[in-house]
Design a protein around this ligand. Sequence first.
Ligand code: AMP
Ligand code: MG
Length: 333
Amino acid sequence: MVVILGLEGTAWNLSAALVTDDRVIYETESAYKPAHGGIHPREAAQHHASELKRVVSEVIEGAKEKGFSISDIDGVAFSQGPGMGPCLRTVATAARALALTLKKPLIGVNHCIAHIEIGRWRCGVRDPVVLYVSGANSQVLTYYAGRYRILGETLDIGIGNALDKFARYMGLSHPGGPKIEELASRAREYIHLPYVVKGMDFSFSGLTTAAKDALDAGHDREAVCYSFQETAFAMLTEVTERAMAYCGKEELLLAGGVGANRRLQQMLRTMCHDRGARFSVPEARYLRDNGAMIAYLGLLQFKSGQTIELRESAVKPNFRPDEVEVVWRGINN
Ligand code: AMP
Ligand code: MG
């Protein structure tokens, strides 16, 4: 039995978890909520620094009650990137200190791939096309020849970021995605907004500007929120469907915090149903940023010998999933 401690803190959520082969032993988190505006990288990092000791101690204590002790830990995994530099550095420093103290190896984890692997684990999915939609990232990926390949992605901001910016413009606090979903559910009218798909890529900043303009022109918030969602989610669904058709894959996995949106889920489910494909989405706690996904991918990497030395543990704010050699497929699945 392997036990891995995982630390996540790329952006808004500081989270730690202890995971073993077949289950999450214990997980805890501490969310940073900006007093106003969006996520401020330095403030978020300060939040993480002040909460790290409590969050890690809580996991160790919680695990004790389930019969696990600190000496059972085989390795320390952390989000090496992508993410906000100050947040990544704070969490990496803690991971290095823990690994040195416990005399156990460090495991550098790609945050995007962690979203994918926890989804495959929780949903029992084999070889999916993945739509990964979060604050900063929006990508369509699939596994091919030893790596997760990016088939399509945003040309500017992530969909979550676009929703958060638009919500902020309406005076709503961070995170804006769930508030927009709520407003959209009450709409009666669709307003035309720019639909931007270029090949397999998409873009959200023009859409966000046009939505702000529609509000300024006097359209009601509900209608603009609804139109924003319909347009953006249709773009994502179109590219995802094309990816499935090109790759001949019959499973779709939804990942990332925006995946909690029921309208997005509904569009993807309909698309999959029409093609005879299987649609999977994990529970909300595994969609958004969480420590369990870092610990779980850390466990897969540990089992396949993919640990790192201290000198290789520098953070990678622009870490792309296709930089990682996927050595673990075939071990647990
Ligand atoms: P993550 O970075 O993966 O934790 O995702 C965070 C992003 O998910 C933020 O931009 C949120 O606004 C967004 N989000 C969370 N819940 C929803 C929802 N129900 N609908 C749309 N976006 C959401
Ligand atoms: Mg994320």
